[in-house]
Design a binder for this molecule. Structure first.
Ligand code: NAD
Length: 519
């Protein structure tokens, strides 16, 4: 090639790549009822975890865009907070129907961006839908209290009132369910909402926003911004935002809890986990092993309620070979492929991290009974796949035990008896979820009573409470004092006004000022 030809070729190639870049689909912002293109100069690629192909780009919203979004929330709050509760209820009744009608479309988007299997993605939407359905009972949930005749002619009553603008910051692992824990509960109480979905899976949130608009939510009641640290800091600092709901890692959650609280906001922060499944020798073996395998490896272990640690008690220790056999049978494949049980991890970095935690276990003396590190998925050689992995002989000082792995890895510890098993669980700093497998009622009762974990299953491996209850992770898995959804969710998104009123008959009028404290 001549010099001129080379430069011409390079010019053509850069023009071509710039053109391809422009053609790539982008994620919009949702501000004041409009889906708009960001003017940001900073964009992040979104990949399909099964192939690592770039499927879209998401902007880091500019300061100006974030300000417009929060101003839109503040403006909309003036009328939304005065909208009748029946109107809000009707909007969410229409919304739950729209979500139901579009479960498959939402699930497809989840599988493309997040990687989980289609069936599991439908479960993700369904568990979020249940929260929206629950929000529809707002007319009962928001009732205040009354006490007549607290003294002569005097009554006291309370109102539950919205706070103002609330905000949510969501993780990547449940692209539908977790945003649906947030804005429907906040909005149905009369708040307006600023949401920042995970920058790795924003697509599902955008579909949910469109459906909410179609259900009749007025412009500005929900605004969506995208980004990472700058967007998070903006939410923690902006004075108009009264409350923040966060779900994600401890690193981010503790930071957001502190920064948001320091700025006088309410913060509820659901964070990481290490959930133990205690297996008693009297358990129904078939049922228990299947439950354990499903809960450890489902969603490739990327669930905060994954049962990532088994504690085999007494004779149950001999069940290990059968556990391994069951895990081997799971099919690792792209989430949209028929029969897939275990999809890819979210990023190549996540895969590398999981692999290195497996290696650390081996180096610290654990026994690698099943190694998923070299799994090959035909047709998806570039995906972030790790197959089911089981490490036994694990002790509480090992890194594979002290860290949340967030991958398809089950670490197995052993205990002589129930007391020792309870001690292990209670010494772990996390308190998100746990399960015991037993056929003995007294054993189950002792475990549920003595274990210091917020959500306990008895022969139920993933005890995520339905929305009439609340998601009650505890200790190192939670910061704040009111949990997500259920009664506690309503409490989080409302404040109480107490009215004390006295209506006296004309002849009971005070004849002189009462200067002492009323008793
Ligand atoms: P993550 O903390 O990386 O991201 C969550 C959100 O925080 C994202 O919107 C992200 O943009 C933002 N963020 C990330 N790092 C930040 C930082 N250093 N400072 C400020 N903001 C930051 O979490 P993830 O990887 O998306 O999700 C996985 C984690 O979430 C796991 O630890 C899992 O256990 C946890 N999780 C907990 C629950 C629960 O209810 N307890 C539910 C789902 C997931």
């Amino acid at each position: 090639l001549s010099g001129t030809g080379l430069w011409g070729g390079l010019f053509f190639l850069s023009f071509f790549f710039f053109f391809v870049f422009l053609l790539q689909p982008t994620t919009k912002l949702f501000i004041d009822g409009k889906f708009i293109d960001s003017k940001s100069s900073e964009w992040l690629d979104i990949h399909n975890p099964a192939t690592n192909e770039v499927i879209s780009r998401v902007p880091k919203a500019t300061q100006q865009e974030m300000l417009s979004a929060v101003n839109s929330c503040s403006q909309a709050y003036l009328s939304w907070s005065e909208t009748s509760i029946l109107t809000r209820q009707q909007i969410f009744l229409r919304y739950q129907q729209l979500i139901k009608d579009n479960i498959k479309e939402l699930a497809k988007m989840i599988t493309v961006e997040q990687g989980k299997t289609l069936a599991d993605a439908e479960g993700d939407v369904f568990r979020g839908l249940q929260v929206v359905e629950h929000a529809c009972s707002i007319t009962s949930l928001m009732l205040g209290e009354t006490l007549p005749s607290i003294t002569k002619d005097m009554d006291t009553y309370t109102y539950r009132l919205p706070l103002g603008v609330c905000a949510g910051i969501a993780p990547f692992n449940f692209p539908a369910m977790i945003p649906l824990w947030m804005f429907p509960m906040g909005m149905v109480c009369g708040n307006t909402y600023l949401l920042k979905p995970s920058e790795r899976v924003p697509g599902c949130t955008m579909l949910l926003a469109k459906m909410l608009q179609d259900a009749g939510a007025p412009d500005g009641t929900l605004n969506i911004i995208h980004g990472q640290h700058a967007a998070v800091n903006f939410i923690c600092d902006h004075p108009a935002i009264r409350a923040i709901s966060f779900v994600g890692s401890n690193q981010a959650g503790e930071y957001i809890y502190e920064r948001g609280s320091k700025n006088g906001k309410r913060v509820q922060s659901n964070m990481g986990a290490k959930n133990h499944g205690v297996v008693m020798p009297d358990a129904n073996k078939e049922n228990t092993l299947n439950q354990l395998v499903g809960a450890a490896f489902g969603a490739a272990g990327q669930r905060c309620m994954a049962l990532s640690t088994a504690v085999l008690v007494g004779e149950a220790r001999s069940w290990l070979p059968e556990l391994v056999e069951r895990a081997k049978k799971l099919r690792v494949n792209a989430g949209d492929q028929p029969g897939a049980d275990v999809g890819p991890l979210i990023t190549p970095q996540a895969k590398e991290r999981v692999n290195s935690l497996i290696q650390s276990g081996v180096e610290e003396g654990a026994k690698l009974l099943l190694d998923g590190r070299n799994v090959k998925v035909k047709g998806y050689e570039s995906g972030n796949f790790v197959g089911p992995t089981i490490l036994s002989n694990v002790t509480p000082d090992m890194k594979c035990y002290t860290e949340e792995i967030f991958g398809p890895v089950l670490v197995v510890l052993e205990a002589e008896d129930l007391d020792e098993a309870i001690k292990v669980v209670n010494q772990n700093p996390y308190g998100n979820g746990t399960a015991i497998f037993t056929t003995n009622g007294a054993t189950a009762r002792k475990y549920t009573h003595e274990v210091d974990v917020g959500q306990v299953g008895v022969n139920v491996p993933i005890p995520v409470p339905l929305p009439m209850f609340s998601f009650t992770g505890s200790r190192g898995s939670f910061r704040g004092d009111t949990n997500f959804y259920g009664k506690q969710g309503i409490q989080f998104y409302t404040q109480i006004k107490t009215v004390t009123s006295q209506w006296k008959a004309e002849d009971a009028t005070l004849k002189s000022p009462a200067v002492t404290m009323p008793t």
